[in-house]
Design a protein. Structure first.
Length: 178
């Protein structure tokens, strides 16, 4: 499991992700690991403390900052990407995961539903148990996993810099008449 985001507590919701990972491990006994990629930011000490006190601390890894060019390799090695953020302005991590063919589970918060559409399993970011249930479902139900991968690739194709530039140009033209 993978989550790429600065370690910002409570906004990015790492503590609940760590709690959910523990619940997932208890329920499934699967050998999965949780990889958290991102530089320490506000409240990172609480995130590190949650990992250190987890019964599964040996399966939780912090990479620190990862250059953007290295992210595709990490995404492609993940069985799922979890985006538990309490708020996201866009959801670039979810988009990157979908473009890499990795299934996504994400919070029903901020812009994530708009960015991800029907290509993910959603959960309430305030409940670790619900997040853990989505982990279990994504990794045990092959049909849902396969469907989320396919829908994710399709959804990711809806976003491109060319399309963004065209839309921006159209808006400028509509506003200015030029």
């Amino acid at each position: 499991m993978f989550y790429a985001s600065r370690l910002d507590h409570p906004l990015k919701n790492h503590v609940r992700l760590i709690e959910a990972f523990g619940i997932f491990k208890e329920k499934t006994k699967y050998p999965h690991r949780l990889v958290l990629a991102g530089a320490d930011s506000r409240g990172a000490d609480k995130i590190h403390e949650a990992a250190e006190t987890s019964s599964y601390r040996n399966d939780i890894f912090f990479t620190g900052h990862i250059p953007s060019a290295s992210l595709p390799e990490l995404y492609s090695g993940a069985d799922l990407v979890a985006i538990p953020s309490m708020y996201e302005g866009f959801g670039m991590g979810a988009l990157e995961a979908m473009a890499s063919g990795v299934p996504v589970i994400c919070a029903r918060a901020g812009s994530l539903p708009e960015t991800v559409g029907h290509a993910a399993l959603y959960f309430d970011p305030g409940y670790s148990e619900e997040l853990a249930e989505r982990m279990v479902t994504m990794l045990t139900n092959r049909d849902i996993n396969r469907e989320c991968r396919a829908l994710g690739l399709e959804q990711a194709r809806n976003f491109s810099w060319d399309r963004c530039a065209e839309s921006t140009f159209r808006i400028i033209h509509d506003i200015t008449g030029k």
